[in-house]
Design a binder for this molecule. Structure first.
Ligand code: HEM
Ligand SMILES: *[C@@H]1O[C@H](CO)[C@@H](O)[C@H](O)[C@H]1NC(C)=O
Length: 480
């Protein structure tokens, strides 16, 4: 992004002025005077207000830009972001309306650069029937039967592998550990790759470069993160492709087939090789980046809330105690269902930390909502974070308070349809059940085996992708 900014600085001022007027003219022409658009402003030519919108801020806040705009214009305002005229919504009702009218009034519309990097068959980019069929494959793959019988034991196995490598009294990055854990889990589920093996580690390193490109400016010039990421993309695809070919051989030799996503996708004869590659890559992305941040945020919030840790530990010790009595050694679905307070902690972490802060949509018809017009073709950004941190909807929204999820009937929390950490409508996160399971099982072993402390003040920032700049360093002490 700084490159873009610099370019602008070096343009002769006269040229800039010319651009500016041209731009104002086009903007005026575009917005018909009879429309009742939400209030707002368009900002700089071309760039609009994109830089201010993307300015990093603590993840538990909505940031200065959002704050200022809501104060000045209200919860629905107009801006110019990512090169398009845009309606930004911090309004719970409009956000729901947008998500529930996917394919009718609105449509998923991520910036072109995302498609370039995740692939044109990625689930994040596809719309309509093709999206539906890719979605079905993902949902079947994470069905509740598979969650119980295959994913739960695998999550527990990998949790134990991860935390058994932790050394006491030596600081390490909890964020890196969380990323490694969720990456290994996805690599196993998708392609049966084993954690710790050289091939898996190599893919993980490649993936880190890839991620840096996904979140950077889409400048395909030599040496930029974006161009490095495109190279990583093809390296990653080559690994997946090699796996695919291995499977074909395996099948010819009539060996037992691996029960992973790759195996499933290969059985869908309607999918081309290119489509399978993009599907696998986008699932690796969707399933890894989000749940690792959720896990790191949980460790972070709990690190300064001993009362919640205490209550969690009690919950999990009771579960572990019952298992010991029955002589069982691995967690099963009944155990998972008893992790009730853990679910409160998970919800509260997602409400306050907002791993996915907003999604990209566009209007595919002229839409009328709450007295405002949203013209066909305009971008629309439902900002979940702004709803989750709204003091009109949550008491003391900046406090980490898992108990707020226990007060079911009285405050109407049980029918809280303003809480949308996983999006909604026909694009509701396909992996939400898997994510919850990962978090709860990890928490189970974490609170039983360890106490931990945050050893440097680090804070999650929204860049707008959420990240701990110092990697969330912690120290652990085994509980004896
Ligand atoms: C706490 C962790 C997670 C959060 C907060 C999260 C959040 C989201 C959100 C907000 C969306 C909607 C995007 C949009 O509407 O444009 C989404 C979609 C998706 N997520 Fe997740 N996610 C999480 C974990 C996972 C996991 C573990 C998987 C497993 C593979 C996964 C797979 C997907 C897929 C495939 C989609 C696309 C669904 C579609 O387009 O139909 N997610 N996620
Ligand atoms: C957590 O949030 C989900 C919505 O994503 C809701 O269905 C569930 O009841 C909540 N859990 C608790 C314990 O409140």
């Amino acid at each position: 992004m700084p490159i873009l900014q610099n370019l602008l600085l070096f343009l002769p001022p006269s040229l800039l002025t010319l651009f500016f007027y041209l731009y104002l003219f086009l903007w005026k022409k575009r917005s018909k005077p009879t429309l009742h658009l939400p209030p707002g402003r368009q900002g700089l030519p071309f760039l609009g207000e994109t830089f201010s919108y993307l300015k990093p801020h603590p993840a538990t806040t909505i940031g200065q830009f959002m704050q200022d705009h809501i104060t000045r214009y209200g919860k629905i305002y107009r801006s110019n972001l990512f090169g398009d005229p845009t309606i930004v919504s911090a309004d719970a009702g409009l956000n729901r309306f947008i998500l529930q009218n996917e394919g009718r009034l609105f449509e998923c519309s991520y910036p072109k650069s995302i498609g370039g990097i995740l692939g044109k068959w990625s689930m994040l980019v596809l719309v309509g029937e093709m999206h539906q069929s890719m979605r079905m494959i993902s949902l079947n793959f994470m069905s509740s039967a598979r969650l119980r019988s295959i994913l739960l034991p695998e999550i527990e196995r990998q949790t134990l592998m991860a935390i058994s490598s932790w050394k006491q009294d030596v600081a390490f990055s909890a964020q890196d550990e969380a990323k490694k854990f969720t990456f290994n889990l996805m690599a196993k589920n998708i392609m049966s790759m084993e954690p710790g093996e050289m091939e898996t580690e190599k893919l993980r390193k490649e993936y880190i470069t890839f991620m840096k490109g996904v979140v950077s400016a889409p400048l395909n010039l030599p040496g930029t993160p974006y161009s490095k990421a495109l190279k990583s993309r093809s390296n990653i695809l080559r690994v997946i492709e090699k796996k695919m070919e291995g499977r074909r051989h395996q099948r010819n030799e009539e060996k037992e087939e691996e029960d992973d996503l790759l195996g499933w996708a290969l059985k869908q004869s309607s999918l081309s090789k290119e489509q399978i590659l993009d599907l696998l890559l986008s699932l690796l992305f969707a399933g890894h980046e989000t749940s690792s941040m959720a896990l790191a945020l949980t460790i972070f919030f709990l690190g300064s809330c001993p009362k919640a840790v205490q209550q969690l530990r009690e919950e999990h010790l009771i579960i572990a105690g019952k298992k010991l009595e029955k002589g069982e050694s691995v967690l099963n679905w009944e155990d998972y269902k008893q992790m009730e307070f853990s679910q409160c902690v998970i919800n509260e972490t997602l409400r306050l930390g907002n791993v996915v802060r907003f999604v990209h949509r566009k209007a595919i018809q002229d839409v009328h909502y709450g007295g405002y017009d949203i013209p066909c073709g305009w971008k629309v950004l439902p900002v979940f974070a702004a709803v989750h941190l709204d003091s009109e909807l949550y008491n003391e929204p900046h406090q980490f308070n898992p108990w707020r999820w226990q007060q079911k009937s009285s405050s109407g929390m049980a029918v809280n349809n303003n809480f949308m950490p996983y999006g909604g409508g026909s694009r509701l996160c396909a992996g939400s059940e898997l994510a919850k399971l990962e978090l709860a099982v990890f928490l189970h072993h974490l609170v039983i085996k360890f106490r931990w402390e945050l050893i440097q003040s680090d804070c999650a920032y929204a860049f707008p992708f959420v990240d701990f700049p110092k990697g969330l360093p912690i120290k652990v002490h085994a509980i004896t």
